[in-house]
Design a binder for this molecule. Structure first.
Ligand code: ATP
Length: 401
């Protein structure tokens, strides 16, 4: 029996790890491959933003899913103190007395192995399989392999394959910039975004693909329009256009859920519908959408609350809340309604006047149609009317038809 072992910080595991493990598995045909995240790597400090052990184990397990015959092992995460490879190999030797153990590593590790804790024990207990992290270092690898064979009687397999020259460090720096997805297995990226590990923000192309799957096809154009308008408003008023786009992409993510489904979703997220929402559960998509966006896509507080208030509005909204509230109402694909042109114009001239008119028009429209005018909209209109008066501005003149 041959067992391939791959130890590392896996912080996060990336396509370089996957490529090398797959190549090793194809070349060495192990009966089993184990990815072993280190609890405390002895030779490097874990970055400050390192997720906890549960998240690192979960990400490693998701990466292992991409490699045939592979699983994640918590053998080092469960051990106290520095995660010495020699201790891990001793434990595995006891567990699998007859197995051939092969420890897979990249170029950097091969070249530094003599500085590890008990290198002679490592090379006595396991063979080494080497996969280059970057092209052009074949000479160095061959020389080190010869040296280790000579000095320690090591078994060294040098693997042949196209390197993926990337490191977890580079990826951690890219993730907050909405980049780096191309270096990560899908499941790992999804986990990182859902829990916003490493300060990650989602790649918006990825987010659109995922979020649109929750929409009725006929709603996609509206969401695209809302995103475009939210970006334009953000650029006009000094908000982050990408954050505005993220909120807009997610704002209707539970809209297609039926009234019963809305109530079930409320139960799931501990939302207590108010009297107006019970009468008109459609209103609930703002609350359920915010909760779902946070749960499924890790939407952070400011984005969550922009989704939360996009339908009724509320007094004293944040800039992002006002942007999404208006973008939803005035995006280019909206069927014309009275006051639309006036709100659109105002949205680029006086944001508060636009919010006031938008709320006023909703009050008028919903009152005319029947029940369930939500008091938050009434309060929103009153608040922004006062705000306009306080700054000496007049509300926009508009007569309900
Ligand atoms: P960090 O940037 O946080 O130091 P890393 O990208 O070097 O992380 P580790 O999890 O520390 O990744 O590495 C675990 C093992 O994977 C090591 O043996 C390392 O040489 C190897 N390795 C890492 N990246 C690659 C890669 N792109 N190609 C091949 N092997 C790699």
């Amino acid at each position: 029996m041959r067992i391939l072992l791959y130890g590392g910080s896996f912080n996060p595991p990336h396509l370089g790890h996957i490529r090398s493990a797959r190549t090793a598995a194809e070349a060495l045909r192990p009966d089993k491959t184990l990815l072993i995240p280190a609890a405390i790597p002895p030779h490097k400090r874990l970055a400050a933003e390192t997720p906890d052990r549960t998240d690192r184990f979960r990400m490693t397990a998701l990466a292992a899913d991409q490699i045939p015959g592979c699983e994640a092992s918590d053998i080092e995460l469960c051990r106290e103190g520095p995660s010495y490879t020699s201790d891990t190999l001793r434990q595995l030797r006891e567990r699998y007395p007859a197995a051939e153990l092969v420890f897979l590593m990249g170029t950097d590790m091969l070249l530094s192995i003599e500085s590890w804790h008990e290198p002679e024990v490592i090379m006595a207990l396991a063979g080494l399989a080497i996969f280059a992290r970057e092209a052009g270092r074949e000479g160095e690898i061959a020389a080190q392999a010869a040296h280790l064979r000579e000095k320690y009687g090591a078994t060294v397999y040098v693997l042949d394959g196209e390197p993926v020259p990337v490191s977890s460090t580079q990826i951690r720096a890219l993730l907050p910039e909405r980049q780096g997805r191309e270096y990560l297995p899908d499941g790992v990226y999804e986990h990182i975004i859902r829990h916003r590990l490493y300060g990650a923000k989602p790649d918006l192309a990825w987010l659109r693909e995922k979020a649109y799957a929750y929409l009725k096809p006929t709603r996609v154009e509206h969401v695209r329009g809302t995103e475009a308008m939210a970006r334009a408003l953000a650029a006009r008023w000094g908000a982050d256009p990408e954050d505005a786009a993220e909120a807009a992409i997610l704002h209707d993510c539970t809209k297609k859920i039926s009234p019963d489904g809305q109530l079930r979703t409320c139960e799931k997220y501990g939302i207590i519908p108010d009297k107006w929402e019970m009468e008109n559960p459609e209103l609930l998509h703002a609350k359920t959408g915010a909760a779902f966006a946070a749960d499924r896509f890790g939407a952070p507080g400011p984005i969550e609350s922009a989704i939360r208030w996009h339908t009724t509005g509320r007094p004293d909204m944040t800039l992002l809340e006002r942007i999404v509230f208006l973008a939803d109402a005035i995006e280019e694909g909206r069927k014309p309604y009275p006051a639309l042109d006036a709100i659109r114009k105002a949205a680029f001239e006086d944001l508060d006047a636009a919010v006031e008119l938008c709320a006023r028009r909703t009050v008028e429209y919903v009152t005319r149609r029947g029940p369930s005018l939500h008091p938050d909209t009434v309060r929103t209109q009153a608040f922004y009317l006062k705000k306009l008066e306080a700054k000496g501005a007049s509300p926009i003149r508009w007569e309900a038809p």
